[in-house]
Design a protein around this ligand. Structure first.
Ligand code: XIL
Length: 328
């Protein structure tokens, strides 16, 4: 009898790498196949939404820990690492914050209380935090209004300092999209984190979201160069939200799945070859629960497992990259 091929988890464990996905609390509770797939294939998870300020803080004095806690408990039970996402973001804010007309000092006070509260609650259980998400404006290379005006640019440093005080062991990340290869945006991100390091700010890594498509993804060489220059600053690099849209590709569904597998394989191989990328997480597990159809308004199939939880060609390509690339 043939033995089953090693799972992604086994392959990643062998090379000391984290392989993971974002997790939604509903399917985790309601869909036993989803939970089993997670625990079998992955050694890391990140809550998709339930650690964001909106879901976590329905009002200023009420903390809705339950859904995020259940994901963390599941991870602990299955010896999986947890990334925390995210402490400071312009998206998924509760209405009491966006509609509150707060002055800058008040807003900073709210953010400080939030960061200390969340990081303190998960101290020792969340190994890495996306402290700040998407602060850079891709058009201008400057900061988005939330940071440029509402909170003020110095507040970026403060966010990392507050998080570090609340859990000195946690690895603290700046996370963004569109800055994977050598783009104007990745240059702006590089400048931002270099500046922080120069000021002694406890930033430990950069998260590359990597939401891409069949005709819209970084060149492997550019990706590797960007990872290497961040690593040369002493930073860790995680791929935090990888997914590959195929809806706009040419060809038959089979051809598009094959093209998707090549993109996944090339990007994962480029990351692994640098030896400087410690974690790769996809933004979802099965195509059934992907955020992409809601985001683009079109059906899609951007993940490693199909709607029924079966491994796709992209899964095989990622497994091959994990198996074949020389361990760092
Ligand atoms: C998305 C979730 O997947 C959706 O369910 C939610 O409605 C909106 O946010 N970049 C990020 C993630 O950093 O937090 C986003 O997640 C996807 C883009």
């Amino acid at each position: 009898m043939e033995s089953a091929p090693p799972t992604l988890r086994t392959l990643a464990d062998r090379r000391g790498l984290l392989i993971g996905a974002c997790v939604a609390d509903r399917p985790l509770a309601d869909d036993p196949l989803y939970a089993a797939l997670l625990a079998r294939e992955l050694n890391a998870v990140v809550p998709e939404n339930m650690m964001k300020m909106g879901p976590l803080r329905p009002s200023r004095d009420r903390w809705n820990w339950g859904p995020a806690d259940s994901i963390v408990a599941f991870a602990q039970q299955h010896r999986m690492k947890v990334r925390g996402h995210t402490l400071a973001w312009h998206g998924s804010l509760p209405a009491w914050v966006t509609g509150g007309n707060f002055a800058q000092a008040e807003l900073r006070g709210i953010l400080e209380e939030h960061i200390r509260g969340v990081v303190g609650h998960y101290r020792g259980r969340v190994f890495a935090w996306d402290v700040v998400n998407e602060a850079v404006d891709g058009e201008t290379g400057g900061l988005r209004p939330m940071w440029a005006a509402a909170l003020g640019p110095e507040c970026l440093d403060l966010a990392f300092r507050w998080a570090h005080e609340a859990d000195p062991q946690a690895q603290l990340f700046y996370n963004d999209f569109g800055g994977e290869g050598l783009t104007a945006k990745s240059a702006a991100i590089y400048r931002l984190v270099s500046g922080m390091l120069g000021r002694g700010v406890p930033v430990h890594g950069v998260g590359l979201q990597m939401h891409v498509g069949l005709h819209d993804y970084p060149s492997p060489a550019g990706l590797a160069a960007n990872i290497n220059r961040l690593a040369a600053l002493g930073l860790q690099v995680h791929v935090t939200e990888l997914d590959v849209q195929i809806q706009r590709g040419l060809g038959t569904p089979q051809e598009r799945l094959a093209a998707q597998a090549r993109v996944y394989g090339d990007l994962v191989a480029a990351c692994l070859d640098t030896g400087r990328c410690q974690a790769i997480l996809t933004w979802g597990v099965t195509d059934r629960y992907s955020w992409i159809p809601h985001h683009t308004g079109r059906p899609d199939a951007p993940l490693l497992f199909d709607e029924a939880g079966r491994p796709k060609p992209a899964y095989e390509a990622v497994a091959a990259a994990l198996r074949e690339r020389t361990p760092a």
